[in-house]
Ligand binder design. Sequence first.
Ligand SMILES: Nc1ncnc2c1ncn2[C@@H]1O[C@H](COP(=O)(O)OP(=O)(O)OP(=O)(O)O)[C@@H](O)[C@H]1O
Length: 210
Amino acid sequence: MSDAPIFAIDVDLVRGAFKRTVRFESNQRVIALVGRSGAGKTSLLHAIAGLVRPARGYIAIGGRCLFDASTRVDEPAHHRRIGYVFQDARLFPHLDVRGNLRYGAPRGRGDERFVFDHIVELLGIGDLLTRNIDGLSGGEAQRVAIGRALLSQPELLLLDEPLSMLDPERKAELLPWLQRLRDEVALPMVWVSHSQEDTARLADAVQRLE
Ligand SMILES: Nc1ncnc2c1ncn2[C@@H]1O[C@H](COP(=O)(O)OP(=O)(O)OP(=O)(O)O)[C@@H](O)[C@H]1O
């Protein structure tokens, strides 16, 4: 077993005129990232995912170095084994639910950590498999998006405000599934949230960007 913290991050993020340093270490598995609008939450997720390059510093998660400016480590995004769930699900409209879940799932090795039938059961989406995307509720679409992310066999899950576009009823419906995800999928997760209440329910620790 490695003694490395689950999250070890110290980066300078630069996006146009925006510049900030984010530094934290944590041994908690599920982190809520909170802070005012424009504080840099999405920018940090993008840096972890390899979609933007920090101007300085390092990102190591689960003892795995994803980026280190001093040693010129910069794992390409597609090698980082990260599942990314967006606010608006971003499912493929030309595929049905099954097609979306199958998209990008490595085939045929037989030793995958996340298996199709288990993920479908975990997220309660078995009845949706042949449905078109445009007929799904916001909460159903998010569950499918999470399933698609897990079936890409990630080692880390990033969720950018998965509840924020839902009305209160749909949100109440989705929350227990997200709690189940947190409890039954033993992956590190970073959860961007605006809501103190969601944060308290879903995260082991809160990281605030001022
Ligand atoms: N591609 C870009 N070019 C220039 N500036 C950018 C770019 N992307 C983000 N920014 C700026 O970087 C800052 C941080 O944005 P970011 O989206 O990371 O914040 P956030 O905390 O996620 O905000 P929100 O809660 O509103 O989503 C903002 O001032 C934003 O305008």
